[in-house]
Ligand binder design. Structure first.
Ligand code: BGC
Length: 392
């Protein structure tokens, strides 16, 4: 084995999911309500992961994963304000126990965009006491799962949820107002800070962070294009992290987009089924850029919709080569979680985009491992890039 291709010892290898996208049977949250009003596609039983998690984790194990990121559905845990459902809390205890039984390290996201209806109807994160209310739920989960979970993500992609739901008006609550958008961003900063403190209070050893959705703004070489890219980069990629400085034990990096500014994407550039450009160097640049925080970095999401599994194998090796290059140059990257373990509900797009290492037949709920999943599996098992491919 060529040591130059190895990842650091103890590297976490796995995939990510989110409760609403895979579990099924969640009807007391804002997205389910929006679906009842016909404004987003219905989610129904999704992958029925709620009942099949043990089977799914056995697949993750077979795929060489030693870690798994999933989220907790707040609407299940706190169906009414201030009332916690012990049965549902116990469900997630079993989820964690099932991961541990497979030797898989859990990483728990507390809020991946769906919220209980009572919270939405009382103003959601825009209500005055939202940070307190959110932190109370997070604290309850930290107590319940405490010793068995080290890694916590308070909020998934504050940039994406706020811009799609409060600026572009595409997602519940379908608001298009820049001022509300900025208020919501600030509310999420307060919510994260309160949740961080609550979790650390319960378990001082917990590692708590967010998953930030960073975009590679890539300017043409002119003063104005570089300046535009810098402004976007500061606002989109760094504002949340800098405004909440001191409340991150690590950075979770979700990455999907290369965004050229003032230059065209070559027409032959490979793209996912959703038209998103495949551009591995972006991940190298974003990881390298995050070194400024001097915190451990976990790639908490990266992946593509690719129903025929044409691009996914190369995507995995090329993006990981990019991560590896950043590590060789000194970035403290400690894990990679592919999005996603299985096909799932892609928000306002519904079920057509296929992001899974594992394909789901939604009629029968049969799981089938895609060939690319074996590529990631062998990298994970070897803890090294494949020998035949040149790193970037
Ligand atoms: C989100 C996921 C989503 C994925 C693909 C990320 O922004 O965290 O929930 O499915 O991107 O769009």
């Amino acid at each position: 084995m060529n040591d130059a291709r190895r990842f650091p010892d103890g590297f976490l290898w796995g995939a990510s999911t989110a409760s609403y996208q895979v579990e099924g049977g969640i009807d007391q949250c804002n997205w389910a309500e929006a679906a009842r009003h016909g404004r987003v596609p219905p989610c129904g039983r999704a992958c029925d992961h709620y009942h099949r998690f043990a089977e799914d984790f056995a697949i993750a194990k077979e795929l060489g994963h030693n870690a798994h990121r999933f989220s907790i559905e707040w609407a299940r845990i706190e169906p009414e304000e201030g009332t916690f459902d012990e049965k549902e809390i116990d469900h997630y205890r079993q989820v964690v126990a099932a991961l541990r039984a497979q030797g898989i390290e859990p990483m728990v996201t507390l809020w991946h965009w769906t919220e209980p209806l009572w919270f939405t109807h009382s103003g959601g994160f825009l209500r005055r006491d939202s940070a307190k209310v959110f932190a109370r739920y997070c604290e309850r989960m930290a107590v319940a799962l405490g010793g068995d979970v080290t890694f916590w993500i308070t909020i998934n992609e504050p940039q994406v949820i706020t811009s799609n739901a409060y600026l572009r008006g595409k997602w519940p609550p379908f608001i298009k107002n820049p001022f509300t958008y900025l208020r919501m961003l600030r509310a999420l900063m307060r919510a994260h800070t309160a949740a961080y403190r609550a979790i650390k209070h319960v378990n001082a050893n917990a590692q708590v962070g967010i998953a930030t959705h960073n975009i590679d703004f890539d300017p043409a070489n002119t003063f104005w294009h570089r300046r535009a890219a810098r402004i976007l980069d500061q606002f989109w990629n760094h504002r949340f992290l800098t405004k909440t400085a001191g409340t991150h034990d690590f950075i979770g990096l979700n990455h999907y987009f290369h965004h050229p500014i003032g230059k065209a994407v070559p027409p032959e550039a490979p793209r996912s089924d959703m038209g998103w450009e495949i551009h591995p160097t972006s991940l190298y640049r974003l990881v390298t850029d995050l070194r400024r925080y001097h915190l451990p970095i976990y790639i908490t999401e990266s992946g593509l919709a690719d129903a025929k599994d044409i691009h996914r194998s190369a995507y995995i090796t090329d993006y990981l080569a990019s991560v590896h290059q950043a590590i060789r140059e000194g970035a403290d990257v400690r894990g990679y979680f592919h999005w996603s373990l299985m096909d799932n509900y892609e928000w306002s797009e519904g079920f057509w985009p296929r992001f899974g290492l594992v394909a789901i037949d939604y009629a029968t709920l049969t799981r089938s491992i895609r060939p690319s999943a074996r590529v990631l599996a062998s990298i994970a098992r070897e803890n090294a890039l494949p020998p035949m491919r040149e790193s970037l």
